[in-house]
Design a protein around this ligand. Structure first.
Ligand code: C2G
Length: 132
């Protein structure tokens, strides 16, 4: 079984996220999503709309996702890869180069980020509607 792993906040889950998850899952037979906790998002400087349990619930309903575990620090990736017998680490290419060091432990794959959609864009559009 070829096991894939990816990381993220996945707030206000949208089709750019789903396309990433779909393509990541297609690289193997099992996809683990390591989901940023609310505390870790504060460290990342991200203000989330949906809390961790809600984001986890949404991701677990996605057919491409097999397992969801928490991301609490920047430094857990090697342990996650080793303890979950991961073959491929996947991120969107906005992270290109940042995780190349993981190639000592597994294949590292950056997938093209989906254009014209982001959680920030959704929030901005909704804020505009609310003000109009
Ligand atoms: N993504 C994408 N296309 C978009 C938006 C996001 O492909 N339009 C991808 C990102 O590249 C990332 C994943 O979806 O691989 C999750 O995106 P975020 O929730 O924004 O994750 P991020 O805050 O980048 O967290 O340790 C790594 C961090 O936890 C990554």
């Amino acid at each position: 079984m070829k096991k894939v792993i990816t990381y993220g906040t996945f707030d206000l889950l949208h089709w750019g996220h789903i396309r990433l998850l779909e393509r990541a899952r297609e690289l193997g037979d099992h996809l683990t999503v390591v989901l940023s906790t609310d505390e870790f998002n504060r460290l990342k400087g991200k203000e989330v709309f949906h809390k961790y349990e809600q984001r986890k619930y949404l991701l677990e309903a996605v057919k491409h996702v097999d397992k969801v575990i928490p991301e609490t620090t920047w430094d857990q990736k090697i342990i996650d890869i080793q303890s979950n017998d991961i073959d491929i680490f996947v991120m969107g290419d906005d992270w290109k180069g940042h995780f190349d060091f993981l190639s000592s432990y597994c294949e590292v794959c950056y997938l093209e980020r989906t254009k014209n959609i982001s959680t920030t864009y959704i929030k901005q559009q909704l804020a505009g509607i609310a003000q109009s």
